[in-house]
Design a protein around this ligand. Structure first.
Ligand code: HEM
Ligand code: HEM
Length: 183
């Protein structure tokens, strides 16, 4: 299969955002799962506290980067599909990318709302606090945290399928799809 020409790549800004966001999401999934398992005691409390602080700060940064990414996607055309790509692959790719976008927006917004409804701190790297746009409501906060966990678990599943698909294109089908997002 003939690899794509460089003109058929995503823009440099879009590729940078893709890899930066991929890195942040890996950190958020890992920190979320670890901090949930730690106890508020003398041995684990300090680490748990620091993971909460960083999880919320990086989650807030992700919201800002996703706004930039959506703008970059709206204002710069995605590269045209490979000419010989089967329709089924195009549909699966489109559905997978849409699911990623929806979850990349829903997951941090749910985390933010759950934290706001619980009246917990919302630090952004100690620089400022995200606004609390919900009145204190412990039941609502609990429900939103459950939704945050569900969205994060779905995101993990779609990311695994996405990475599998990217490596399928790179190593098995050996087409130009990986290069569209690479440097
Ligand atoms: C894409 C972004 C995010 C991902 C992938 C993510 C992922 C996760 C995961 C996997 C957990 C553990 C869930 C569990 O096992 O119960 C978690 C918990 C949590 N997340 Fe996020 N998160 C994101 C963004 C945010 C944001 C923006 C905030 C708040 C500003 C936030 C606040 C929290 C809090 C406070 C918990 C602990 C929940 C509890 O104590 O029950 N997260 N997150
Ligand atoms: C090893 C990890 C990863 C690899 C190899 C990879 C590879 C790729 C490739 C090759 C594309 C372009 C597909 C095409 O042109 O049709 C792409 C697109 C995309 N990737 Fe990834 N990816 C990885 C991780 C992630 C992660 C962790 C996320 C999000 C959490 C993500 C979100 C997306 C999204 C939303 C698109 C669609 C881009 C757009 O159309 O704007 N990727 N990825």
């Amino acid at each position: 299969m003939t690899p794509s020409k460089s003109a058929e790549r995503y823009t440099m800004l879009h590729r940078l955002l893709h890899w930066l966001i991929a890195l942040l999401v890996a950190g958020l999934l890992a920190s979320g799962m670890i901090m949930e398992d730690l106890e508020w005691n003398a041995a684990e409390g300090a680490l748990k506290n620091s993971l909460y602080f960083n999880h919320k700060s990086v989650g807030a940064l992700l919201i800002g980067l996703m706004v930039l990414r959506l703008l970059s996607r709206l204002f710069s055309r995605a590269p045209a599909p490979e000419p010989d790509m089967p329709v089924l692959f195009k549909l699966a790719g489109g559905a997978g990318h849409l699911a990623l976008y929806v979850l990349l927006i829903a997951t941090p917004l749910l985390g933010w709302s759950a934290t706001a409804a619980g009246d917990f701190p919302l630090p952004v790297f100690g620089l400022f606090e995200l606004p609390k746009f919900l009145a204190k409501d412990a039941d609502l906060s609990e429900t939103l945290f459950e939704a945050h966990e569900l969205a994060a678990n779905l995101l993990l599943l779609v990311v695994i399928a996405h990475i599998g698909a990217a490596f399928f294109h790179l190593f098995i089908r050996r087409d130009g799809v990986f290069r569209r997002m690479w440097f």
